[in-house]
Write a protein that binds this ligand. Structure first.
Ligand SMILES: Nc1nc2c(ncn2[C@@H]2O[C@H](COP(=O)(O)OP(=O)(O)OP(=O)(O)O)[C@@H](O)[C@H]2O)c(=O)[nH]1
Ligand SMILES: C[S@@+](CC[C@H](N)C(=O)[O-])C[C@H]1O[C@@H](n2cnc3c(N)ncnc32)[C@H](O)[C@@H]1O
Ligand code: SF4
Ligand code: SF4
Length: 391
């Protein structure tokens, strides 16, 4: 298979040109180190040709490669915008949810995921809103497990959940092949938990986490680090998590939605948090990667793993491998940009072939990175919540 990383652009385009009868491509440089070296126009040409060539000849695999040479192999799917919590950094208190008729059916979600898998996606994460509040969600997970995990076409099927419904689903999730899950937990203090989630019950989430661990599912906790809110709980949370065998990942709050964290003064840099933890603990860099954006450290004293997701202070977009499907079938190519491709319309109007072509368009349109700025109050064309894109 052709690797776009050290791609001989001239020779390959010549080969493509012969096969698809298009010789009009002018290539000024024969040897490229990276597609990023090319102009936007040339990168788009490259992506189109790769895809056109593959469609016509079926000779090469058709991985989803964007115009910066990054391969998309991780799909995040928001299965609902609904949630039983209203976390302050994620939603407004009076969030209005979409009518159910707007939301993709299970069949549509399965068709779209199957197409992504056919194009090389190896990891699918179901998210939301709260994925476990969607009616009959276990039926969808069972179907995906059977079609992809059992067939070896996916390496990982997993969920990110607030944990409220986890206790009753944990055993079934384990039976369906879910090996690890991410659970959001920002505090171990009852009152603060209710303040942050506005309507969650901490005990229910803790029960869910324990139930998952009891059936052999590895748990990673996600903690959004918020200045003046839970920053003093970070070290206690780490010690608590590691003592119980859970990983902990700290997330820098992102300026999305109409929430308090849009204020620059609420932003807490994880670089500072890291340095504060390093005053008391030995943090050893480890090469562990999960396919997600976190970078990990081993904490010598606790023996546990601590992840850092730092979209604002450390830009990891260079190696971005993911796209996000909303529950209404919009494919966002970047968490921090508004560009999207309507996969639902493609599928409903033109079937799988149109869906496949829409994925090609999405690869061309995938932006280089986000434009989050900590100091800026977000004023996008649409105020988008994390629950819409699934985080
Ligand atoms: N800026 C940015 N943030 C991301 C991206 N992916 C995940 N995040 C942030 O990381 C948070 C945690 O994501 P998770 O749902 O736990 O998924 P993950 O980090 O990919 O999970 P792992 O598979 O365990 O690595 C998300 O809610 C986002 O806040 C991304 O592509 N860009
Ligand atoms: C949108 S939630 C959806 C899944 C599930 N309801 C949950 O809370 O885990 C996914 C992740 O996004 C994170 N998140 C939501 N809003 C965020 C924000 N403004 N900045 C950073 N992370 C955010 C949450 O903490 C959670 O870990
Ligand atoms: S972060 Fe998750 S649990 Fe909290 S409101 Fe958003 S979707 Fe719901
Ligand atoms: S911000 Fe956008 S480009 Fe950067 S890692 Fe996230 S999804 Fe990818």
């Amino acid at each position: 298979m052709v690797s776009p990383k050290d791609f001989d652009f001239g020779a390959h385009l010549f080969a493509i040109g012969t096969k698809v009868n298009c010789r009009k491509v002018h290539v000024s440089s024969r040897r490229l180190l990276s597609l990023a070296d090319l102009s936007t126009q040339s990168r788009c040409t490259y992506t189109r040709f790769m895809n056109m060539h593959a469609r016509q000849t079926g000779e090469i695999q058709r991985p989803l490669i964007d115009s910066y040479g990054r391969q998309v192999n991780y799909l995040r799917v928001s299965v609902t915008d609904r949630c039983d919590f209203r976390c302050t950094y994620c939603m407004g208190e009076n969030m209005v949810f979409l009518p159910k008729s707007e939301v993709l059916s299970f069949e549509e979600i399965q068709t779209i995921i199957a197409q992504f898998v056919a194009r090389g996606v190896r990891k699918v994460r179901l998210t939301g809103g709260e994925p476990l509040v969607r009616r009959d969600i276990m039926k969808l997970i069972a179907a995906l497990s059977e079609s992809h995990l059992a067939q070896g076409t996916l390496d990982e099927l997993t969920i990110t959940t607030n944990g409220s419904q986890l206790a009753r689903h944990a055993a079934e999730l384990a039976r369906l092949g879910i090996r690890r899950i991410n659970v959001s937990l920002d505090t171990l203090d009852n009152a603060l938990f209710t303040e942050i989630t506005r309507r969650g019950r901490l005990s229910q989430v803790l029960e869910g986490i324990e139930a998952a661990q009891a059936v052999g599912i590895a748990v990673k906790l996600n903690m959004v680090a918020m200045k003046g809110v839970n920053e003093d709980e970070i070290i206690p949370m780490m010690e608590w998590a590691h003592a119980r065998g859970y990983e902990l990942t700290l997330i820098e709050a992102m300026p999305l939605g109409e929430v308090a964290l849009d204020r620059a003064d609420a932003h807490l840099s994880l670089k500072q948090v890291h340095d504060r933890i390093a005053e008391r603990f030995t943090l050893e860099h480890i090469a562990k990667r999960t396919g997600g954006p976190a970078r990990y450290k081993r904490v010598t004293e606790t023996g546990g793993t601590l992840g850092f997701i730092t979209p604002l202070s450390h830009n990891f977009c260079e190696s971005c491998n993911r796209v996000r499907l909303t529950c209404t079938g919009q494919l966002y190519m970047c968490l921090g940009q508004d560009d999207r491709v309507d996969l639902r319309a493609a599928l409903r109007e033109g079937g799988v072939e149109a869906l496949d072509a829409a994925l090609d368009r999405a690869m061309i349109a995938k932006p280089k990175g986000h434009d989050f700025v900590a100091e800026r109050i977000q004023t996008p064309s649409v105020v988008r919540h994390m629950s819409v894109t699934g985080g």
